[in-house]
Design a protein. Sequence first.
Length: 214
Amino acid sequence: MYPLATTARGTDLGVGSAPGRGLVMQKYLVPILAGFAAAVVAGMLFGLLLGADFLTYFMGAFVGVFTFYILANLAGNRKVAMASVAERDRAARLEPAAGKAVLCVYREGFVGMAAGLNIAVDGKDLAQLKSPRFTCVALAPGTHTLTAAFGGLAGPQNKPASFEFQAADGSVTAVKVAIAMGALRNSLTFTPAADLEALKAKLANTQMVAAAPV
């Protein structure tokens, strides 16, 4: 009923994965090199424009650190399989198959929109969502646990969270996952959709990520 991704699981610094030290270093290699290059180039430009002194070196270093920070926050992103327009339109109707329940998970808003959020169901990787995107999957009736966590440098800044729900035969569970800003660490929140008809209209104009089989 819903498009399924065929990519392997456990390839990200998020839910359901256990990367080794080599994989961690590989993910941060590009941000480190890009940050160093940005610092050198910015330092040279500031030096040419303002003269070489402590301030220009500091400004160059700041540009390098900022570049590393942005790219490291995106280091957990991975390539995902996108659903076709026809698959998206069919899924947006939120119609459960016989003997199944539907789970729809979606993101919207600008906070952390470029960072992929790893979504798992019952400990199994489901999809990675940027904002605004959504995914849908058919589930067997019963109790299930939805988990969300960021990878990359965004992971330590956002506390992973879980949401337990009861999926009855023929039911639809639609949940928005959002970031709640905190003083020291952000939190992930789950908000069940109150108006499914309004959500259907919204999903019909939102990109859909194909879910991994669960």
